[in-house]
Design a protein around this ligand. Structure first.
Ligand code: ZN
Ligand code: ZN
Length: 312
């Protein structure tokens, strides 16, 4: 390991190491690293704590996260930055402590802007909480009417709650505001060549085989009892379910690498719930390890499970 060979380990390299464990949803190793760093006489800084808090946030360690946050301010006299608060809001919200997350947002000494409220809105989507989501959504679009994620979260929450008229209204507002996220892209390296895919991409030279593979996978998934619900998706028809960019990249990876070979994908945005569920099933039926690094974390799919334990 590169870290083990480093002669000089300073607070930057330790913090990076803790951050890497966080990305892999390995809280215990992140914590060990944190303790080890202190044993060497180094003092953690704001970045170290951000890495540690994110390790807690990515696996739902609420109690530990709150203790680290407290220790940061009380024992180390580090003033929390917006990123620390956002991490804590995400930790509380994703773990179901939505009221506590809202209280923190309203009482914190820094103005969160849209980041914290969008984060809480994302947690409302995870837990299907409509009332609080509406408050978050109002804050978000009032502060920035071009926040594409806000509209997407809110319309999905309404769709989950079978409030399709409300969902349609939010989609209409999104159109009027012209609030679109940057286009999703997924990449895979095969034989030293990087292959990039966008949503519904048909430009790849092996496009035909890729779509055939996706169809075959879809049939196998149905045999496994996996039923997809198109109503919950932002982009319309059921056929579109197959063509999110990471699905194309994974199908290409399955076709172009030998059996047993781990498939590694990078994506510029966060994986959607649908792709996450499907990739777990694909890892099982194809007996492949699939690693997806999205904008939020690293997912290791194996035998029908993901390292994030659904905590995405
Ligand atoms: Zn997707
Ligand atoms: Zn995952």
């Amino acid at each position: 390991m590169v870290f083990d060979r480093l002669r000089k380990r300073d607070v930057v390299t330790w913090s990076a190491m803790i951050g890497a464990y966080a990305q892999h949803s390995d809280y215990q190793s992140a914590l060990q690293c944190f303790k080890h760093m202190q044993q060497t006489g180094l003092k953690p800084n704001d970045v170290t704590f951000l890495s540690l808090l994110s390790a807690c946030s990515l696996v739902g360690r609420v109690e530990e996260g709150c203790l680290h946050f407290k220790a940061m301010t009380m024992d180390y006299s580090i003033t929390p930055m917006l990123e620390h608060y956002t991490c804590l809001i995400d930790l509380l919200g994703q773990a179901g402590y939505l009221n506590e997350a809202e209280d923190l947002l309203e009482s914190m000494p820094l103005r969160s802007g849209t980041v914290g409220w969008t984060c809480l809105l994302g947690s409302c989507r995870t837990h299907g909480i409509v009332e609080l989501a509406k408050r978050c959504f109002d804050y978000v679009v009032t502060m920035n009417s071009g926040n594409g994620a806000g509209y997407l979260f809110m319309s999905t929450i309404y769709a989950h709650a079978c409030m399709s008229e409300h969902a349609d209204r939010v989609k209409e507002l999104r159109k009027q505001a012209n609030a679109w996220k940057k286009p999703a892209k997924a990449f895979i390296e095969v034989d030293n060549q990087v292959h990039g895919f966008i949503v519904a991409d048909k430009t790849h030279p092996h496009s035909q085989q890729i779509y055939q593979k996706l169809k075959a996978l879809s049939m196998k998934m149905r045999e496994e009892g996996h039923i997809q619900c198109p109503n919950l998706l932002d982009e319309g028809k059921e056929d579109d379910l197959f063509v999110h960019c990471e699905k194309l990249a994974i199908a290409f990876g399955l076709l172009s690498t030998p059996r047993g070979f781990t498939i590694r994908i990078a994506k510029n945005l966060r994986m959607c719930e649908d792709c996450h569920v499907d990739t777990k099933i694909v890892s099982k039926i194809e007996m492949r390890e699939i690693v997806v690094k999205d904008s939020y974390r690293i997912h290791h799919f194996k035998d029908g499970l993901c390292s994030c334990k659904g905590y995405c």
